[in-house]
Design a protein around this ligand. Sequence first.
Ligand code: R1P
Length: 272
Amino acid sequence: MLNKVNEAAAYILEKAGQKPELGLILGSGLGVLAEEIENPIAIPYNEIPHFPVSTVEGHKGQLVIGALSGKIVAAMQGRFHYYEGYSMQEVTFPVRVMKAMGMSHILVTNAAGGVNESFKPGDLMIIADHINYMGANPLIGPNEKEFGPRFPDMSSAYTKELVALAEGIAKEENIDVKKGVYIGFTGPTYETPAEVRMARILGGDAVGMSTVPEVIVAAHGGMKVLGISCITNMAAGILDQPLSHEEVIETTEMVKATFLSFVKRIVAEMEI
Ligand code: R1P
């Protein structure tokens, strides 16, 4: 895989003409952040060697490189999910490429269902930790030691300093940000009420179908990670209403202004 990763990284660096320092993965409906990037260079995924393509609504399918809050960022306007039929290695390929391009930090965002009953749709949640409930792991298979160790430590996969930075900014900006544990399921079905109860018993605060594989690969590569979930709906069984991807996208639209100002300030203050 190393060759493929390096080919993709070289292609992007040549097209971009500058070296991004921070990777952003923008979740369902959260791609708007890429529109804030100054002097953007957008590279469609299908032009990047070995990159998968986006198949989900709300995921545009391009990498946008340019300046955001004084940093050069590479933002994925759309991510890949296991349920799309991609392998775990394909889902996480862009994270490997970010690392190969020289990025040491990554900010991962997603749309998630609220499991913690004190949450409400529209809340932002700083991810403190995750539970991998996907029944798969992107590191299964031969370990390429250029990428990282065989048995990576996951005790601080979500970098404590970045969590503290985000919490501090939320406080200063008077944003009622939550903090919690994200449980990754495979999807594409939304979780059943019983699965949501289980998630709560297991210690989960939010559920979703992404992020976990990306963060495992980032941790494998020794990258510093910050994760932010947008609670777009309450998970099944909490409110008496069915779930839909339209609702997920609608809520991200509602929370857009807060999400943008929060993340932009985090990017500005991140020490890289
Ligand atoms: C379901 O509505 C979709 O929204 C979330 C789920 O994982 C799923 O893909 O998307 P992101 O995690 O990509 O934000």
